[in-house]
Design a protein around this ligand. Sequence first.
Ligand code: NIG
Ligand code: FE
Length: 400
Amino acid sequence: MTPDLLITDARLVRLRGPDPCAAIAAQTVAVRGGKITFAGDADGAPAAGAHTQIWPAEGRLLTPGLIDCHTHLVYAGSRAAEFAKRMAGASYAEIAASGGGIMNTVAATRAASEDELIAQSLPRLDRMLAHGVTTVEIKSGYGLDLETELKILRCARRLGELRRVRIITTFLGAHTTPKGAEADAYIDDVCIPALRTAAMQGLVDAVDGFCETIAFTPGQIARVFATAQALGLPVKLHAEQLSNQAGAELAAQFGALSADHLEHVSADGIAAMAAAGTVAVLLPGAFYALRETIKPPVAQLRAAGVSLAVASDSNPGTSPMTSLPLAMNMAAILFGLTTEETLQGVTRNAARALGRHDIGAIAPGLSADLCLWDCTDPAELTYRIGDPPLHARIFEGQAC
Ligand code: NIG
Ligand code: FE
């Protein structure tokens, strides 16, 4: 089949096979209809036709497009003033308890029109794309009422129409209890009905929750997960970020795609995740910004065979960052991941954390989401501190 695009002379990192992070020189990738049809030595490549675009990579590194599998990208306002308070000694939990924190962003997000929300979120998305991202997961959770949760999810979908990027939406109604409400009543009377409505409107790809002393108990999260299961939606969980609540075990019990944060995960939680195939999504931005000292137990996760992903957790409270390569650098420096693990963490393991088999690697049949980098060593992407040498981003076979 005649390709639409032939990328020649690339140094290819496939993220597939026994040595997924090996960079192989002088490789060709063929694309047709937005999908990869061939990746390998030039002599096996399909022949170019009259309309084939030929793109000489001139020895540059070619990787899958990066996948940010955990973000809260759509919100209004800024929490710089709270950051100043925290730097002056207040804790994240204290600020949350006094009505700030997530509720601060909820108020701003409720007040913003859909267009305002897009106008504030689009520049953040653009910065992500400029650092090589081709898929972004976006959570709701700054609405905490039906109307605003739907508004956030609609904005997330619209962002995917405004830019050449794949957006995957996650319903996070169980983020915190809104002011004046009682947690059980909020879950049963607001969160679960909102999830049903959002799912009916086709706005939800997955369901998340925040299992924490300052958020929801495992019992409350289980009710949300049971609804997700009944709707045929996969689940994931903010688990063991600030304390151990056995959230990892709960997530595993529901066959969760991922459990995220995990600084305080126990040996039992790790074993449950390994048995369920639940991916550990590490979020060093939040760890860094909260000046946490307990790290996720990377050695134990590794030993148990749990797949590790890395994400930006882009959010206004605990991780106001938009650079996924910066998260890769932080995951290496702060958590001790190898440069191979950080690269797998933002490609094939991030795809797994989203339940996607069509992205995250370079192989025939997969979406042609690719990044060309002005370097030859894959370690360069983690080594630089949030300054990736992106040459070109290709989404579904088109440079953008
Ligand atoms: O992933 N952990 C809960 N949610 C976010 C923080 C949200 C916020 O503070 O606005 C997180 O860290
Ligand atoms: Fe988060």
